[in-house]
Design a protein around this ligand. Sequence first.
Ligand SMILES: [Zn+2]
Length: 437
Amino acid sequence: MAETEATRLWRPCARLTWRAEDAPSTLVALCGDFTRCGSAGLRSLLISLDAARATLALLVDDADAAERALAAAGLRHLVWRLLRDESQPLAAVARLARGFRRVLFVGAAAALPPHERIERGATWSLDAEGTRLVGWPAALLDDETFADVQFLFPPPAAPRFVPHAALALAADPTQAWGVVAVVQTAAALPTPRFSEPPPREPGAVRFVCVSDTHARTPAELPEGDVLLHAGDFSMTGKPEELQAFLDWFASQPHRRKIVIAGNHDLTLDEASYGKTYSRFHRTKYDTKSCRALFDRAAGVEYLCDSGTLVDGVTVWGSPWQPEFCGWAFNLPRGEQIRERWQQIPTGTDVVVTHGPALGHGDLGASGLRAGCVDLLDELQTRVRPRFHVCGHIHEGYGVTTDGRTTFLNASTCDLRYKPENKPLVYDIVPKDLSDSG
Ligand SMILES: [Zn+2]
């Protein structure tokens, strides 16, 4: 089949060329039996379409169920029309499609007359203006399909809150996420968007993020203004490890180099080192001189519940994570760890913590979550950063969004401590620049 603009739309997410700006000129036709797909998938699709201010035509077997789904999704912008009992659904869509540049069709082949059966990605010209129809057979109409479709549109509406019941479950993050996930999403974004970044936006500050390098160094770092390390640069924080890291880090060409500690960087946590050293070190190192290495490293900024400013972009760094086998910078979940998160200034652009927030880059290989619900709550209800960067859970490497903040788990090492994961890169246009257009 010849490649057309419409067929390109349904290629895998990383290669999509269509942009959200195109949504208002597109009619989306949903057709078929929606009981076949998960209601969460349909709901998130509807929310995405709503955020894109799309126009939707529904040709469904169960009109009442469709109306209930639309009502439950709490939509504000979506223009939609329910086509009941249509004998010629294609023709009905074609009539509605006049005035739109194109039609995206997500539908069940069984709902169409036999001679109009469609294949995944098949396209038709519906009229002389070149309006196109993209087919999507019923067998493929599942949550995964919807996950693809979501990337055509802006991320879901911003989260409103973390339910109280989830905060009460802080000690069991897997269960806590089960409660949070009822009212908000953590949508995965394609990693290549961040590991193979496009040319920089004019006026933007480019951040290059790594984490959990554990005394290994990534082969090559992308260019950028800021090099950010989210902790665990050593195995156990021995002075020679710290020095080797600092020699490598300080030699990078990035204008600004910002780092926080992680649970492995034992000698940087004076308060816990008295207890941890005997498990890992033959001699007890002097924590003050370990810390002083960072002050002496040229151009390296060490953040520890503190912030810095990069060309108008505010950055805050904090090494803490919920208790994790008695390592450095551990704190009990709940009130004690929340006190640290309460120090993050409201409106900070980039928050860097060693551990992940609940639901974002925190899923361990065991299938259990390790993220901090108190951190998620502070970030969502008060701080509202543009980016959150973490590491700690190596297998959680990747990027997610809650609709407002982009969450990056930049763990460089994989579970076997091999530096396999690429640095993650993002651009921020400073607020005063973006406000003035
Ligand atoms: Zn680590």
